[in-house]
Design a protein around this ligand. Structure first.
Ligand code: GTP
Ligand code: MG
Length: 340
């Protein structure tokens, strides 16, 4: 296939991604990660090819066994001959030391597989950029042809929750011991779960935790039915016992993910498409926030105005609302439009 675009242009890289060039895939994800100005052009060229991948978020407290489960899920998906992308967002375990994907031997089984692409992404210096970059990375993998994308985050901060919010199915992994389910519920982790996995079922306390979670899920399902007025229509989050470390219960986790997908598909245009549109809106909002932030503060003029207003005795709220009003009226504060 001959290209109409220079090889190293944004469009050229996009074309190569669509042709299955893994180096181009890696490059574009780096652009997304670094907020490179060439990324939007590349993504625009990829946009028509998005939507095939099923995005599965895996989150939960540190050490619950997320990476081990991601590992096993990826192997199970490979047995179904699916192309699998893996994104570890801000992994607490470094690449070196072999702990990124749990067990080293199993990890090597994946890294040697041409149908698996593994990428880890560090949180960026600029706040809030991680969720945007994580979704961008998934978009690139989707366009590349990944049929399943597994995204691991440690379920703690807003950015991690935002990444999960962009997934089609969210799996929350917990395990017996430190913190347990009560803590998880307090942390609001249940709210993002489509599937709950109690991992380390080989350890004491796993079944009790699963029972507790089932009970909590049941209570919540009834409540949301009452609120929405659609009794019986909501998804009841399944609680699955597994031992990823012993490769047990992984098929059940996969089945729960598949059921969740089938449920969304069965809702027709109001299901998957609707859900994805809402997620896309959230991504646009993140991009707007990031761009506003960069463009508003990329000048000394506004900073000087704030300092002067403070010196004159204005409050933070007063200054902020004046500045926002002025911005919305079109004041530029020395900012330049992106094109100039
Ligand atoms: N007993 C038992 N241990 C497990 C199981 N699954 C994983 N582990 C162990 O739990 C530890 C943490 O596993 P990881 O997969 O790295 O957990 P993680 O949630 O990805 O951890 P972070 O990314 O660091 O938050 C490792 O020592 C695993 O070997 C299991 O089913 N049973
Ligand atoms: Mg991990």
């Amino acid at each position: 296939m001959t290209s109409n675009h220079p090889k190293n242009s944004a469009e050229g890289y996009a074309e190569r991604v669509l042709q299955g060039d893994r180096r181009a895939l890696t490059r574009l994800i780096s652009w997304a990660e670094n907020g490179d100005g060439r990324f939007p052009g590349a993504l625009a060229a990829l946009y028509p090819s998005l939507g095939r991948a099923w995005r599965v978020g895996i989150t939960g407290p540190p050490g619950a066994g997320k990476s081990t489960l991601v590992n096993e899920l990826a192997l199970a998906m490979r047995r179904e001959d699916l192309e699998v992308g893996i994104l570890a967002v801000d992994p607490s375990s470094p690449f070196t030391g072999g702990a990124l994907l749990g067990d080293r031997i199993r990890m090597e089984e994946l890294t040697g597989d041409q149908h698996v692409y593994i990428r880890s992404m560090a949180s960026r210096k600029s706040h809030g950029g991680m969720a945007r970059a994580g979704v961008d990375a998934c978009d690139v993998m989707d366009a590349f042809g990944m049929e399943r994308i597994l995204i691991e985050t440690v379920g703690v901060g807003q950015a991690e929750y935002d990444v999960m919010g962009a997934c089609d199915t969210v799996v929350v992994v917990m395990c017996p011991g430190a913190g347990d389910g009560v803590q998880a519920m307090k942390a609001g982790i249940l709210e993002v779960a489509d599937v709950l996995v109690v991992n380390k079922s080989d350890l004491a306390g796993a079944e009790r935790l699963a029972d507790d979670l089932s009970e909590a899920v049941h209570t919540r399902a009834i409540r949301s039915d009452e609120w929405s007025g659609e009794v019986g229509s909501s998804w009841t989050v399944p609680v699955v016992l597994a031992s990823a470390g012993k490769a047990q219960g992984v098929d059940e986790v996969l089945k729960a993910i598949t059921s969740h997908r089938a449920m969304l598909d069965s809702r027709g245009p109001n299901g998957l498409e609707d859900a994805r549109r809402k997620k896309r809106v959230a991504q646009v909002r993140r991009v707007i926030d990031e761009e506003l932030d960069a463009r508003v503060w990329n000048t000394d003029e506004l900073g000087a105005r704030v300092e002067n207003a403070l010196a004159a005795g204005s409050t933070a709220y007063g200054i902020a609302s004046e500045v926002v009003d002025d911005l919305l009226r079109g004041a530029a504060f020395g900012m330049r439009s992106k094109e100039s």
